[in-house]
Design a protein around this ligand. Structure first.
Ligand code: FES
Length: 159
């Protein structure tokens, strides 16, 4: 898995982000996005710093982080594979695609393979409905997923 910064470093970088954004109306989400941009995920060690900075309980902050699937509690793998699970893709078999990918990688959505090679996430419409079922690998969209393409993707993320 990728290395995580020490908790004191997380705390000080988190405090700087809070300082910058705390005067916004509804500052929690922008702060969490800022932290995820900084670290690639929202580290555990950042939660008490956010709670103190915004006068919230740790449980409230934790609740928001877990409610929004955009936020990752763990560092992402070297590749991020997102499978579209919205309606148009559903009607073209995205469930079967997801089941196959999960089986080949041995992980579920919101998980990262043990070797840190790939994180699997659902996404809800990539604007590629005409070519569904669709996916996004490291920011690049891929349409018309079939068994062959799925195998190619899996081979690419797990060399
Ligand atoms: S529903 Fe999957 S790309 Fe639009």
């Amino acid at each position: 898995m990728p290395m995580q910064p020490a908790s004191t470093e997380i705390a000080s970088r988190t405090a700087a982000i809070i300082e910058e954004l705390k005067d916004l109306e509804g500052p929690l989400l922008p702060i969490l996005h800022g932290i995820q941009e900084e670290f690639g995920h929202v580290p555990q060690a950042a939660l008490p710093v956010i709670a103190d900075g915004l006068n919230l309980s740790r449980a409230e902050v934790h609740g928001v982080v877990t409610f929004y699937h955009d936020f990752r509690a763990q560092p992402a793998g070297r590749h991020v594979l997102k499978l579209c699970q919205a309606e148009a893709c559903q009607s073209m078999g995205s469930d079967a695609v997801a089941a196959k990918v999960k089986q080949l990688l041995g992980i579920d959505f919101h998980e990262t393979t043990r070797d840190g090679s790939v994180t699997l996430e659902p996404v809800y419409c990539l604007g590629l409905c005409a070519c569904s079922p669709s996916a996004m690998l490291d920011g690049e969209v891929i349409g018309r997923l079939d068994d062959e393409k799925i195998e190619e993707i899996v081979a690419e993320v797990r060399p």
